[in-house]
Design a protein around this ligand. Structure first.
Ligand code: PMV
Length: 356
């Protein structure tokens, strides 16, 4: 399949309003390094989340300007400073949705998680917006198949933010062409499939908010630093190998192997940051303190609790639903003190985006 599959025709404009909710996701195999246009250097795999999400409403009004025209509101407040990023996104995707120039778009977006919590909202917001665009396209071309709808939504979202490709469906998605999953693609994410072990359908993710400030180095800058990075090629093969190892683990539910790979991936991502030029550190002292506590707790209690990290200082704690009572007490008693204002968010693996 190539990009031409996703070029729509034009059609007479209609008045339409679309609302979609799309979740955030947390990568187990990390995407770090890309080439134009937003093509990953290695495959990645993530849990789709449930409570951390973006809700977006788009009011499409036909106009005669023949250009991309929109306004953006965040939690009800008009935000002109968000427009350049969105303009870049629309410019990138307009070849695939040529009907867009016949509309004025009023975009209203809100996040379920607190603003500046250090949780990246680009994945859920780009996914929700892409779904609204696809919703209109489906009204224009009602013969569209459901599989195509989700594939193209993921394709468009990817052009806004790479990891957004994985925020359309659930509970586990995979993005990036690889030998292990024949249906995989660099252009869009695909669901893991029915072989997924049931333990992962209810897996829990508690996000410990270690640092809620904005990151000193953005993920765009971080991806760019992989160009010419001395360990880049080894990292891309390591991630590809990790994916091949993780897929059978996700099928069998072998939690010890799962924990080993997930933590190794998190630390490998941050090792790339530590060894970039210029080098940088997104972890904070409390990130490391939490990791040490998790390791001690796991050794003492043999509870299958592990951590992963995003491009930031916050820690995602991953564990099976059946262990939630004892892990919640551990978090409250031993880890909340390492969080900013004692704050953390309970989330869990979710089923994917939905129309609202
Ligand atoms: O989608 P981006 O460009 O914000 O990059 C995301 C990178 C990581 O969150 C660190 C890893 C991932 O695969 O989600």
């Amino acid at each position: 399949m190539d990009t031409s599959t996703f070029i729509a025709s034009t059609a007479s404009p209609i008045h339409y309003t679309s609302s979609w909710e799309a979740p955030s996701n947390i990568a187990l195999i990390k995407y770090w390094g890309k080439k134009e246009p937003q093509i990953p250097k290695n495959p990645s795999l993530s849990f789709t989340l449930s409570s951390s999400k973006t809700k977006t409403k788009v009011i499409f009004t036909p106009h005669d300007k023949n250009e991309i025209d929109f306004e953006f509101y965040f939690h009800g407040v008009q935000k002109p400073d968000f427009k350049p990023k969105l303009k870049t996104f629309f410019d990138r995707i307009s070849a695939y949705i040529p009907w867009i120039v016949r509309y004025h778009l009023e975009i209203h977006s809100e996040n379920s998680f607190p603003h500046s919590s250090g949780i990246a909202s680009s994945a859920s917001s780009m996914a929700a917006l892409s779904l609204c665009l696809m919703d209109l396209e489906q009204q224009l071309f009602p013969e569209m198949e459901q599989a195509y709808f989700f594939q193209k939504a993921s394709f468009l979202a990817r052009l806004g933010s790479g990891s957004a490709a994985r925020s359309i469906q659930g509970p586990v998605t995979l993005w990036g062409k690889n030998e292990t999953k024949k249906t995989s693609s660099d252009l869009f994410a695909v669901p893991f499939g029915s072989s997924l072990h049931s333990v992962f359908e209810e897996y829990q993710d508690t996000i410990l908010l270690v640092d809620k400030g904005s990151k000193p180095v953005s993920s765009t800058q971080g991806h760019n630093l992989m160009h010419g990075h001395p360990f880049a090629e080894n990292r891309f093969s390591q991630a590809t190998n990790h994916l091949s190892e993780l897929v059978p683990i996700m099928d069998s539910g072998a939690l010890d192997d799962f924990i080993h790979l997930v933590e190794l991936e998190a630390l490998s991502l941050h090792a790339m940051m530590l060894t970039s030029s210029p080098y940088f550190i997104l972890m904070q002292p409390n990130t490391l303190a939490i990791i040490q506590k998790v390791w001690e707790f796991r050794k003492e209690t043999l509870t299958p609790l592990c951590f992963t990290l995003d491009a930031g200082a916050n820690v995602h704690l991953l564990y099976p639903n059946s262990f939630r009572t004892e892990i919640h007490s551990f978090i409250e008693g031993e880890l909340s003190g390492f969080c900013q204002k004692g704050q953390y968010l309970f989330d869990a693996v979710g089923k994917g985006a939905k129309k609202v």
